[in-house]
Each structure stands twice: as structure tokens, then as C-alpha cells.
Design a protein around this ligand. Structure first.
Ligand SMILES: NC(=O)c1ccc[n+]([C@@H]2O[C@H](COP(=O)([O-])OP(=O)(O)OC[C@H]3O[C@@H](n4cnc5c(N)ncnc54)[C@H](O)[C@@H]3O)[C@@H](O)[C@H]2O)c1
Length: 342
């Protein structure tokens, strides 16, 4: 029989709509507490969820003391991730938190150290990894069909009119969105960042207060080069939210539109000025593991808590994706190439 795991939710804003329906579908999860700086928001969530008797409050520590949960789900704003995570780990809870891991590298390192000291899991929702298309692409690349990967490019162009806090935010594209892309680049390439040069700017006519466009060149481990070009202020011909990708291997290339569309060509034989190429089918995964966005990731996390195993988006790994964000920002601010450390 599946044992019951008690859960407290911290932060009861809009993203919890992607979390709470999932928790109902996972056997043996019991929501025992709801915390938000705005008490009404926490109470509303408890009622909506169908647990009006759950403990509700504005102070995480008090709710933890009253409920003694096994897990804390952190859906607060990035600036609050450190306090929520440290409080929860100190209380002996495992933590699954929304992206980004932290609002600075210094905070991120403290959180990783705290999870190691506590011997508890701290993992991050990097939901775009749990997408069947990226899993299909990765399986194809791992088959060696295009040879060793040397170069990865990604383009992200969406004219997004949010109209809220993002319009006023500094480094909005890099901080709020590019973490998904950088994490995908690490996953697709199987490599980690070494250094970055980044140029950030705000295009003329932008509806953002600060830079909403960026181009970054990363040197990755294994000598691989990864380039990112992106903008949230680009009208027309929009890419998918997953980006438009080109992956170049020693024997061929793959183009992935970020959705189900992907093509590959490999060298048919070595001959002439430009070699002849074969189109190669990229097989669909018959039963892909690790898919389902928030749903799949939360399910895997709970399974890891139960079986004492390590989730794919564990903080010790996810911090490398975060380091790509803060490396790019440091480079954009200094105008210099920056070594990336985590
Ligand atoms: N994975 C994704 O695709 C995705 C999409 C959107 C947002 N997010 C992330 O989800 C997080 C929350 O975003 P949102 O859109 O729900 O924001 P939101 O503003 O709608 O909700 C955040 C809530 O957290 C509460 N809060 C703030 N500090 C708190 C604290 N110290 N303790 C308890 N509650 C606190 C706020 O009162 C608010 O109700 C962010 O980290 C964001 O980057 C992820």
C-alpha cells in the first residue's frame, strides 16, 4: 500500500493551477497546509482544492510546526525561494520549487548546501524538459546518428505583451524565460557551460522598460559551442516557446522547431564539394519516460521521495542551468566574456 505523504504549499498564485490538479492524481499525497503572504489567497486555494480544514497562514514556519509535512511545494516568487527552501529543509522536508532555483548564484549555493546538510531532496520544476518532443530528439542524438555534437543554436522570438511586472523587469528575457532554454541546451547537448559572452539590448519601439533581447555565445564542455538568440520584443514569424533549434554533429544535422516538427540529414558518402545527404527519420519514442510537464515532473519527484532516489532536476544539477543565466547577465553588464561557475 502507498504511504501517505503530507504536503504544504507555499505561494498560492497563478502557477499553482499547474500544480494542484496534479497532486489530486498522485496516489497518497495529502495537502495539509497552504501559505501565502496574502492570507486570503491561501484560504481561497485551500477551499478550491477541497480541503477547507487544511492549516492556512502567512508564516511558513508556523504552518510547518502545525502540520509536520514530508514535502513543501514552493510556488512563491523567485526572491522568496531562498527563505521558503531553507525554512522547509531545516524542518526536515523535501522541497520541490518553481523555477528559477534562486534569484542569485549566492542564494542558489546556500540552498544547495542546505539540502545536502539536511540530507533532503531539493529539486526544481524545469517542466519543459518533461516534453515528449525533446525526449524524442535526445534519444535520436544519443543513438549517435549525427555523430558527436559540435554546435547547438537556438532562436527564441516571441512578441509577448504581458502588460504586468515583466514589462518593468530588468533582464526580463534572461531571468524569466531563458532558464528553460539554457536547461534544454544542457540537456540536448549533454554538456555544461564553461564561459559566455552576451549582448543584451532593448530594441527601438520596445514596450519593455529594460532589455528584452539578447544574444549569447557559450563555450560548453567538450569544446562544444552553443548560441542563444532571443527576444520577447519581436513581432511576427514567432518561434515556439521551446525555441527553434539546429544541432550539428560530425556526421549530420538536426533541425527542431520546438514542437513535433524535426528533420535530420546525415552524410550519405564523402564526395565532391558538398557531400550528398540522406534524410533520416527521427523515430517517435513508443513509450517515452519523463514527459507530461508539471505533471510528469511532480510525479517523478514524489516517486524519488518514496524510493530515496535522485530526481533529474535536482538542485545540484539545475544550478548549472541557473549559472548560464547569471553568467549571461554578468557578461551583458560588463561587456566581457565571463567564466561560468556554480
Ligand atoms: N514553470 C513555468 O513554466 C512557470 C510559469 C510561470 C511562473 N513560474 C514561476 O512560478 C513562480 C510563481 O509565479 P506566479 O506566476 O504564480 O506568481 P504570482 O505572483 O501569481 O504568485 C506568487 C505568490 O507567492 C506569494 N508569495 C510571495 N512571497 C511569499 C512568501 N515569502 N511566502 C509565501 N508566499 C509568498 C505571493 O503573495 C503570490 O500569491 C515564480 O518563480 C515563476 O518564475 C513558472
Amino acid at each position: 500500500m502507498t504511504s501517505t505523504l503530507k504536503v504544504v504549499l507555499a505561494g498560492c498564485g497563478s502557477i499553482t493551477n499547474a500544480w494542484l490538479p496534479v497532486t489530486k492524481e498522485i496516489e497518497g499525497l495529502q495537502m495539509v497546509g497552504f501559505v501565502d503572504l496574502i492570507e486570503d489567497a491561501a484560504r481561497k486555494k485551500a477551499v478550491e482544492y477541497g480541503t477547507p480544514d487544511a492549516v492556512v497562514g502567512t508564516d511558513l514556519q508556523k504552518v510547518l510546526d502545525a502540520t509536520n509535512p514530508d514535502i513543501v511545494f514552493d510556488c512563491t516568487i523567485p526572491e522568496a525561494h531562498i527563505s521558503v527552501t531553507l525554512t522547509a529543509l531545516k524542518h526536515g522536508c523535501h522541497v520541490l520549487g518553481e523555477k528559477p532555483l534562486a534569484d542569485s548564484m549566492d542564494h542558489a549555493r546556500k540552498m544547495v548546501a542546505a539540502s545536502q546538510e539536511a540530507g533532503k531532496i531539493y529539486a526544481v520544476i524545469q517542466n519543459r524538459r518533461y516534453d515528449p518532443n525533446i525526449r524524442r530528439l535526445k534519444a535520436f542524438l544519443e543513438s549517435g546518428a549525427v555523430g558527436d555534437i559540435t554546435t547547438v543554436n537556438s532562436d527564441f522570438y516571441i512578441g509577448a505583451h504581458f502588460g504586468g511586472f515583466r514589462d518593468r523587469m530588468k533582464h526580463v528575457l534572461l531571468l524569466d524565460m531563458a532558464i528553460h532554454t539554457f536547461d534544454a541546451a544542457r540537456y540536448i547537448s549533454g554538456s555544461d557551460p564553461v564561459s559566455v559572452y552576451c549582448k543584451e539590448w532593448n530594441p527601438a519601439g520596445s514596450w519593455y522598460d529594460h532589455d528584452a533581447s539578447a544574444i549569447a555565445i557559450y563555450e560548453m564542455s567538450n569544446g562544444l559551442v552553443y548560441t542563444y538568440r532571443g527576444s520577447w520584443c519581436a513581432e511576427g514569424l514567432k518561434t515556439t516557446w521551446e525555441c527553434d533549434w539546429r544541432i550539428i554533429g560530425q556526421q549530420g544535422s538536426v533541425h527542431w522547431s520546438g514542437d513535433q516538427n524535426m528533420q535530420a540529414q546525415v552524410v550519405a558518402k564523402t564526395e565532391g564539394f558538398i557531400n550528398p545527404y540522406d534524410d533520416v527519420e527521427i523515430p517517435s519514442e513508443p513509450a517515452p519516460l519523463k514527459i507530461g510537464g508539471h505533471h510528469g515532473l511532480i510525479r517523478d519527484f514524489v516517486e524519488c521521495v518514496r524510493t530515496n532516489t535522485i530526481p533529474e532536476t535536482i538542485c545540484t544539477d539545475n544550478i548549472k542551468s541557473l549559472a548560464m543565466v547569471f553568467g549571461a547577465i554578468e557578461s551583458a553588464e560588463s561587456g566581457k566574456t565571463v567564466d561560468i561557475r556554480w
